[in-house]
Design a protein around this ligand. Sequence first.
Ligand code: ATP
Length: 367
Amino acid sequence: PEPAAVPDARIAVECRGIVKQFGEGPRALRALDNVSVSIRENEFFTLLGPSGCGKTTLLRMIAGFEYPTEGSIRLHGEDIAGLPPFKRPINTVFQSYALFPHLTVWENVAFGLQMLGRPKGEIAARVAEMLKLVHMEELAQRRTDQISGGQGQRVALARALAPAPKVLLLDEPLSALDYKLRKEMQIELKRMQSETGITFIFVTHDQEEALTMSDRIAVMSKGKVLQIGTPWDIYDKPAERFVADFIGETNFLPAAMVGIEAGMARVRLPSGIEMSATLADGYVPSGEATLVVRPEHARVVASGGQLSGRVENVVYFGTDTHIHVKLDEGLTFMVRQQNSRSQSCGAEIGTRVGIEIAPDAAQVLRD
Ligand code: ATP
């Protein structure tokens, strides 16, 4: 007999084979092309991709504002195709958080609960709890046209969380905030998600934001999901070139496959030097391959290393320095070195240097 399937963590939202086509005939646009994702209960899940890749369209379908051309969406195992948005136990926070400006913070948070006809005592208790969660108790009686953008976003979150939705959808909720506030709110949002245990589905085109907050990320491009994994998986084991390029900075190097040794690829670099490289999910290329090396996994050395070239540019970033080296073969390779107080990075523009790639740092890419 077949062994029993290992039970996965419970699935909150399952999108299967989603196709979304806008328009008809030759001008039709496939905004989503066979997208399948399973989002677990209690998960901070992020849809990440460049503008126009279909993130918002997918989110709007989960919310019920848009219907799939093909495919199904299940919420805790039940098909929700026929449910209008207001009947779904799902709430959305938008970038333009759209508070009612003439109402107070308290009244904004209470609004949804009042619409649901909840008893007064319950509303008061719930609003107090939500304001505490978002650290806005002290401004409860302030009108929302008299609070800052960051505070407004907190109120919008409290309002969306108040009816205790099973799933909260967040469409670029932090993109209107300045850098420092955005960083603070990223950590706050993550805390709110783990304190409430609500499944968050977060949309962003900002890879750093996605890496900081998510339990798992789906990387999207042109209506397709290219890779789903933890931030670590996505950054360290990109499944294909687009993912490696979109997430963080990276170097691509052409290499020739020499062979396979103990599950690792043996490759020859443009410099003629051989090294070993990891393979993504059993992918074995033949002949030519592309290697990916993150800039922090290499360092500039006075001599030796697997590559050599001339320092082209040195860019200081406070915590680290980016050193651009023009390789003898013509490509530019970027190295990121951490700065220390007592020592400069040692690379001067115009000098000849070697580049030492850390063992295990190079990965063969699926093109
Ligand atoms: P952004 O980050 O810019 O919001 P996105 O990844 O969320 O982008 P979507 O808004 O989902 O992208 O759009 C995906 C594609 O579908 C785009 O090419 C967009 O122009 C198109 N699209 C979205 N809504 C409609 C619509 N109602 N009618 C026609 N085309 C649409």
